[in-house]
Design a protein around this ligand. Structure first.
Ligand SMILES: [Zn+2]
Length: 300
């Protein structure tokens, strides 16, 4: 069931409404119960320990595990309401989606992948690529990718929002092209020869700032999918192309991912530029904006 919206009071701006497709608390609980069952069945020392940790997650003492769907949902809501509280009153926004070249990890190699190190290096790369006045809220999405049911691998994918001062001109195509070129240079996406068909490895587009507060929930995903890419022939042109079908991650791989995520604190998949996070609690942290916008006239 969706929670009722809370009217903004004083300095505290709560997220006014949750998008209708945002997962419910019950959805998250169901996912957690299923995960506990599968981890118990896997029956390794690590999976049993994680199952116990998740089973002990209660309202009065949340587990805060990076693998817990219930805690992740609370983290996402906190993130969205904090971003809304500290963001500038007037801004323009660009949505970016980028699959970095370094974001491919072979299946069952997750234990050797250092998420923290990767996130810090991608943060530095994004900071170099974006205009100095930009603020960024970006998350790391992880998917299990296949092509024609072969070549299975994990794909670490950046998805987020760049906030720029009002009047910056996000509708200006040449400005967007410049940002795109800088991203290609500083945070290289999967190179052409390794792309599969029409795979989009970098998209940069303007977003209506009115939609930002709800959209920011999706910078930190709540679920992980298998992106199953397949080739087909276009009916109208006869050209070969590829498409993606989202499916559930295979069971054993999903457990590998949960065990991997449990090694990190909730929030480790988040990249912030121009915002600082205070407090270690995943559901009570606060954000502070580190700098003002240069050209905003009505900065809240
Ligand atoms: Zn939990």
């Amino acid at each position: 069931m969706r929670k009722k919206s809370t009217p903004p009071t004083g300095a505290k701006r709560k997220l006014k409404t949750l998008p209708s497709e945002f997962e419910t608390f019950e959805d998250a609980k169901t996912k957690r119960t299923q995960l506990i069952r599968r981890l118990t069945k896997l029956d390794t020392p690590v999976s049993r320990a994680l199952a116990r940790e998740l089973a002990a997650c209660r309202k009065e003492s949340r587990c805060g595990s990076g693998a817990c769907p219930v805690c992740n949902r609370a983290f996402r809501r906190r993130l969205a309401s904090e971003v809304q509280r500290v963001r500038p009153a007037a801004f323009e926004v660009i949505c970016i989606s980028l699959i970095p070249e370094s974001g491919r990890v072979e299946v069952f190699d997750l234990p050797a992948f250092d998420l923290q190190l990767w996130v810090s290096s991608r943060r530095r790369a994004l900071q170099r690529a974006l205009p100095s006045e930009a603020l960024l809220v970006c998350g790391v999405d992880i998917s299990f990718n296949t092509f024609e049911n072969g070549d299975p691998h994990w794909c670490f994918h950046l998805y987020g929002f760049v906030l720029l001062p009002k009047g910056w001109g996000v509708q200006n195509r040449s400005k967007l092209r410049r940002i795109r070129a800088e991203l290609e240079r500083r945070c290289p996406p999967v190179p052409k020869h390794r792309r599969i068909g029409a795979e989009k490895v970098l998209t940069v587009g303007a977003l209506d700032s009115e939609n930002f507060d709800g959209a920011v929930l999706y910078a930190h995903k709540g679920g992980f999918y298998r992106r199953s890419r397949y080739a087909y022939t276009r009916k109208n042109t006869g050209k070969r192309s590829t498409n993606v079908k989202p499916q559930a991650v295979p069971r054993l791989a999903a457990l590998e991912l949960s065990i991997f995520l449990a090694r990190y604190r909730l929030g480790s998949r988040l990249i912030l530029i121009g915002f600082r996070r205070h407090g270690s609690r995943f559901d009570r942290f606060t954000l502070r904006r580190e700098r003002d916008f240069q050209s905003s006239q009505n900065d809240g």
